[in-house]
Design a protein around this ligand. Structure first.
Ligand SMILES: C[S@@+](CC[C@H](N)C(=O)[O-])C[C@H]1O[C@@H](n2cnc3c(N)ncnc32)[C@H](O)[C@@H]1O
Length: 181
């Protein structure tokens, strides 16, 4: 085999392994910091967003945005201003790439911990996080979220907000819970 071809293949293999390692570390980090990367099923996104009654110009924030599929769809279909926040920089890079491919301009992706982001200008917050993370986030949400904000929790109920539930989409394996603050 030609030595250059051999070296080329070796470099490609190394790049692939480095990419795989970075991806795995990112997934592990996501899990430790609040929730593993498990995206919302694409077939449920439109039904979830429809029930949110989003209005043009409102601020839609996705906490732990993964590949940004909810916030990208909300910006694309409802003309909201989108903010996606995720701790995993690879997912943020992917979200930015996908948003630019869709020519979405009114959208921002922050590579941050959700515990360090201000929620006060959100009109609607979407999250798909682990119950323990939601529990830890609750005092911050109660302090910062404006009255009238819609909070959508996919997968898990927000314990302590039973009196704020306005709607539930029952589904397997994950239901979606709507809260009016
Ligand atoms: C279950 S996934 C949901 C992804 C996306 N929202 C969706 O529904 O397709 C949870 C996401 O939260 C992110 N995450 C976990 N803990 C976080 C934290 N403390 N700050 C920011 N993002 C976090 C993970 O990286 C992961 O992408």
């Amino acid at each position: 085999m030609n030595v250059f071809l051999y070296l080329g293949l070796l470099i490609l293999e190394l790049l692939f392994l480095c990419g795989l390692a970075a991806y795995s570390v990112g997934l592990l980090y996501s899990s430790i910091m609040g929730a593993p990367y498990v995206p919302t099923s694409k077939k449920h996104i439109d039904e979830i967003l429809k029930k949110a009654n989003l209005k043009n110009g409102q601020v839609f924030m996705e906490l732990g945005s993964g590949d940004g599929r909810l916030v990208r769809r909300a910006v694309h279909v409802y003309g909201v201003k989108g903010v996606g926040v995720d701790i995993n920089s690879l997912l943020i890079m992917l979200s930015k790439f996908l948003a630019s491919r869709q020519h979405l301009t009114d959208i921002t992706f922050l590579n941050r911990n959700i515990f360090n982001v201000d929620f006060s200008n959100a009109d609607c917050i979407y999250m798909f996080l682990m119950p323990e993370t939601i529990k830890k986030l609750l005092p911050k949400m109660e302090k910062e979220i404006r009255k009238g904000t819609l909070v959508i929790s996919h997968g898990f109920k927000i314990t302590g907000w039973e009196n704020k539930v306005i709607h539930t989409i029952k589904s397997e394996p994950f239901s979606t819970f709507y809260y009016k603050v």
